[in-house]
Design a protein around this ligand. Structure first.
Ligand code: NDP
Length: 458
């Protein structure tokens, strides 16, 4: 049922939301990514505050947008030449209303307070959408793993954990991977945590190798989950992956497994990228080559063209969105798809966009997609499969059991379908049918709000 509210209720809700947004900007100066995430979330929540004026009295938006806690810390480590290097580490514990803080660690030179807070804020609502008992957090460091030796990565991870360990725990805060943090880094981080604590507490980190408590299908979960979500969007419009051309940005963890599932469903993936450029292979990307170059070899995507002469390598990333496709999956990083990119995709006939990365589309790009009637799956819904399976990893660690790949993948599939249904329903109920940005924000928010109200003013 579509609810409508009086004009005055909507005007009051808008004024409230605008006021809180202004105070977020004032209290977090120069944090443009955090402001951007807040803008998108806040705008979606106007109908909620129109329906529930009491939520304003409870200061729910003010509380939601102020992290419960944030730590920054020095990470000193020794490089291979014997020189001491210093980086800055971060952990934001954003909201614990529905469970222990949960969210990845990112190692990338661009990491700062704004990036960590935008990711943490998104994570709160994303984790709520999964239906699992997990709150939201995020962390990382401005450390660049590129070009570092294995031993340098290990020393960095050990130093990072030597501070982080005091802030985390299986029932308090459970980090995982993100950009620059994969199974190797999680292994070094876990080894150091175990050494300091003198105990095997597997549930303190997720994304572990299955050899010591990791869940099967966690590696695949974000990419597969994104494709399961987009599949539901496509079905709603009588479309399908089968026979479609797909463009995927990035060639990291999320991209590789989004490509894998799209190919399994009968699509042709015609392009993917890394931070230096993209490859266009109209015959369809050979995923085994990409895996060998990027997963096993930690090489550059440019190497693909040497092995596949029919493929073209183009320097620079943005041009990937000028390639004709029916489905676009931005899976690399924030703000990688802007308004002009959206216009080019629309002009070339794109039918659906699913965000595998966090906040890859600018607000203007999202507006363009909505205006053109393109099916749009926002990150906090479309890429929630990774953290959903992380929660399943925590459950397996608590019970000291290991589920089969099929069992985990089956649960992932059901969770993504449920997220799609919840977002669709919330969008409809609050007067924005088909707008999954609004639906995801409202559906995620309502559960967190309910838990916060039930726990009193904390
Ligand atoms: P990876 O480090 O495995 O891969 C990142 C990919 O993006 C690499 O191909 C990298 O290229 C490329 N990339 C990084 N920065 C840029 C840039 N500025 N411009 C263009 N390309 C870039 O990370 P993930 O796959 O884990 O994460 C990708 C995105 O998905 C992030 O937004 C992350 O927050 C999000 N995400 C990840 C989840 C997970 O489970 N891993 C869960 C939910 C969301 P290069 O190789 O050159 O560095």
């Amino acid at each position: 049922m579509i609810e409508t509210y009086s004009q005055s209720a909507v005007a009051e809700a808008k004024a409230y939301v605008e006021n809180v947004y202004r105070s977020v900007v004032l209290r977090n100066p120069h944090e443009s990514e955090f402001h951007q995430a807040a803008r998108e979330i806040f705008d979606s929540l106007v109908p909620v505050f129109a329906k529930h004026p009491d939520y304003r009295q409870l200061g729910l938006l003010e509380r939601l947008s102020e992290p419960e806690r944030m730590v920054t810390f020095r990470v000193a480590w020794v490089d291979d030449s014997g020189r001491v290097q210093v980086n800055r580490g971060f952990r934001v514990q954003f909201n614990s209303a529905i469970g222990p803080y949960k969210g990845g660690l990112r190692f990338h030179p661009s990491v700062n307070a704004s990036i960590v807070k935008f990711l943490g804020f998104e994570q709160v609502l994303k984790n709520s959408l999964t239906g699992q008992p997990i709150g939201g957090g995020k962390g990382g460091a401005d450390f660049d793993p590129k070009g570092k030796s294995d031993m340098e990565i290990m020393r960095f991870c050990q130093s990072f954990m030597t501070e982080l360990y005091r802030h985390i725990g299986a029932d308090t805060d459970v980090p995982a991977g993100d950009i620059g943090v994969g199974s190797r880094e999680i292994g070094y981080l876990y080894g150091q945590y175990k050494r300091i604590r003198g105990a095997s507490e597997a549930g303190v980190l997720t994304g572990k190798n299955p050899l010591y408590g990791g869940s099967l299908a966690r590696t695949e979960a974000t990419g597969y989950g994104c494709v399961y979500f987009v599949q539901k969007m496509l079905q709603s419009a009588d479309l399908d992956f089968r026979g479609s051309r797909v463009v995927v940005s990035g060639s990291g963890n999320v991209s590789i497994y989004a490509m894998e599932k799209a190919i399994q469903l009968g699509a042709t993936v015609v392009a993917c990228s890394d931070s230096a450029g993209y490859i266009h292979d109209p015959d369809g990307i050979d995923l085994e080559t990409v895996k060998r170059i990027k997963e096993a070899g930690r090489g550059r995507i440019a190497e693909y063209a040497a092995e596949h002469p029919q493929a073209i390598y183009v320097e620079g990333c943005g041009g990937i969105w000028s390639l004709p496709c029916e489905i676009a999956l931005p899976c690399a990083t924030q703000n990688e798809l802007n308004e002009q990119d959206a216009e080019r995709l629309i002009a070339n006939g794109v039918k659906a966009v699913g965000e595998g990365a966090n906040m890859p589309s600018t607000l203007e790009a999202i507006d363009r997609f909505h205006a053109a009637g393109v099916l749009f799956g926002p990150a906090k819904a479309a890429n929630a499969g990774g953290v959903a399976v992380s929660a399943l990893e925590m459950a397996q660690n608590s019970a000291r059991v290991s589920w089969t790949f099929e069992k985990v993948d089956g649960q992932l599939h059901r969770i993504m379908e449920k997220i799609y249904a919840d977002c669709t329903e919330a969008a409809e109920e609050y007067g924005h049918p088909g707008n999954l940005v609004v639906g995801a924000n409202i559906s995620g928010f309502l559960k967190v709000a309910g838990a916060m109200i039930a726990q009193g003013v904390v």
